[in-house]
Ligand binder design. Structure first.
Ligand code: NAD
Length: 492
């Protein structure tokens, strides 16, 4: 159990579950009567209650963000960056307690939760560095004595809607670029994993960030989420989550022509060629499949392996899959994975494997809901004999399940990879430079990893093609998604 040390804030989960309050206009709002219970997916214990906010709470948050925005925009960017650094310093100080919350409410194993928290603080620092690099352009003019400027300005108020799989990091992926460019923000975390966001708000409240710049509203997608994305006071919805919700949000935000930035699901292909280092490929693909219990948008969800090395790859993967240690990450150390986030997630994974079986695929190992331990555990599952027309190769499973299809050539693997609704990430394992280059030319994805698996770099650009999203995040290009241009023509 975590014991606070000097400099840490009182954010740790306590024996008596706390009731959290919305953070609006620089203060915690009164407790709401309607609440949502948050439980630990490993053992069902109640961790706390968050507001089940209605449209009135959303209205108050958006109004506060709108009031705060003009003064925030007028601050020099370096001053805004100082506020961001004060927040990241709080994250660094409270890194262990924050990771503990992520472990308990999401079911992530402790080392990965710690990486998530530390990466989040680094990400905020990285985005703060952009303060001195926000650039417009000076353009040539068609007229004499004229100066033409392209200025970059903040959009206004951003709504950040978050999923549950990297709940803490995704706060920063929305907040840091939004704030450094002069926007204010209203965040709605996932109702599955909101407590880490309320802890984040507590830490923000301990800094001198001006009131209304960051606001947090707890609630359900259909009520608080819907009220936020359809609010006319929102200038951009930055959403990470499923394709279904993203599609719906694009339509509802479209009523006000509110711009959307959508980071959606994936069905990442991993191509393994006959000349690949098979030990490396198997380990990378395995790690990618069990990390966060398979609940990661950019991790390998389908494998295309050249027929000649199919059995050798499967043998290696089988050994790795069967060596997986899983359990309750809040009680056990040295695990590969924890439970799935909830019962719905478990049922979805189980149904996907049953469908693959009835479609004629072969279960090499796994294939059942785990009887032990308690919690939403699914056995790590390796599937062979998958075909392109099977759902298991087409739909996002979001669990520790890996289907494999044998192919005859790189061309076939690339064609099958591209023939997908999803286009977020892809990977290829080969020792042939020409094959790697061909794959990077022909794979139609936002990212391709060569001889490695995820993760993406914060200075890169994380963006999905097809139904995996619109726009992107991270780096310079992600930063400028939070701005709009303003042309100025100066005669004289
Ligand atoms: P989800 O779409 O079910 O929920 C995401 C958020 O949307 C939640 O906060 C939810 O309350 C809210 N929401 C639901 N209905 C809404 C509505 N009508 N209006 C406004 N908000 C609404 O997604 P999830 O299950 O939390 O997350 C898993 C999904 O996220 C997976 O598909 C995964 O691939 C994707 N994901 C993508 C990325 C990426 O960078 N592309 C990163 C992480 C997760």
């Amino acid at each position: 159990k975590h014991t606070p040390v000097e400099g840490e804030s009182a954010i740790a989960l306590t024996q008596t579950p706390a009731t959290y309050r919305n953070f609006i206009d620089g203060a915690f709002a009164p407790e709401t009567t309607a609440t949502i219970e948050v439980t630990n997916p490993a053992d069902g214990t109640l961790l706390g209650r968050i507001p089940d906010s209605d449209a009135a709470a959303v209205e108050a948050a958006v109004a506060a963000a709108r009031r705060a925005q003009p003064a925030w925009e007028k601050l020099p960017a370096v001053a805004r960056a100082e506020h961001l650094r004060a927040i990241s310093a709080k994250l660094h100080q409270n890194r262990r307690a924050l990771a503990d919350i992520v472990v308990r409410e999401q079911g992530k194993i402790a080392p990965l939760a710690q990486i998530e928290v530390d990466f989040t603080a680094d990400y905020i620092d990285y985005m703060a560095e952009w303060a001195r690099r926000l650039e417009g352009e000076v353009l040539t003019s068609d007229r004499p004595n004229e100066t033409v400027l392209l200025l970059r300005k903040p959009l206004g108020v951003v709504a950040g809607i978050l999923p549950w799989n990297f709940p803490f990091f995704l706060i920063a992926r929305k907040l840091a670029p939004a704030l450094v460019t002069g926007n204010t923000i209203v965040i709605k975390p996932s109702e599955e994993t909101p407590i880490n966001a309320f802890a984040f708000a507590q830490l923000v409240a301990e800094t001198d960030l001006p009131a209304g710049v960051f606001n947090l509203v707890g609630g359900r997608g259909k009520t608080a989420g819907e009220a936020l994305v359809t609010h006319p006071g929102i200038d951009m919805v930055s959403f990470t989550g499923s394709v279904a919700t993203g599609t719906h949000i694009m339509q509802t935000a479209g009523r006000n022509l509110t711009r959307v930035n959508l980071e959606l699901g994936g069905k990442a292909p991993a191509i393994v060629l006959a000349d690949a280092d098979l030990d490396l490929a198997a380990k990378a693909i395995y790690d990618s499949r069990v990390i966060n219990t398979g609940q990661v948008c950019n991790c390998a969800e389908r494998v295309y392996v050249e027929r000649g090395v199919h059995d050798a790859l499967v043998d290696r993967l089988k050994t790795l899959f069967e060596g997986t240690r899983y359990g309750d990450p809040s009680k056990e150390a040295d695990l590969h994975m924890g439970p799935l986030v909830n019962k719905a997630g478990l049922d979805k994974v189980a149904a996907a494997v049953e469908k693959a079986k009835s479609d004629g695929a072969t279960i090499v190992t796994g294939g059942r809901i785990a009887e032990r331990p308690a919690g939403f555990h699914y056995e790590p599952t390796l599937i062979t004999g998958a075909r392109a027309d099977m759902d298991i190769m087409r739909r996002e499973t979001f669990g520790p399940v890996l289907p494999i299809q044998a192919v005859d050539s790189l061309d076939e693997a690339i064609a099958l990879s591209n023939d997908s609704d999803y286009g977020l990430t892809s990977s290829i394992f080969t020792s042939n430079l020409n094959s790697a280059l061909k794959a990077s030319r022909e794979l139609k994805f936002g990212e391709t990893y060569i001889n490695r698996e995820n993760f993406e770099a914060m200075q890169g650009f994380h963006a999905g093609r097809r139904k995996s999203g619109i726009g992107g995040a991270d780096g310079k290009h992600g930063l400028y998604e939070f701005t709009e241009t303003h042309m100025v023509y100066i005669q004289g």
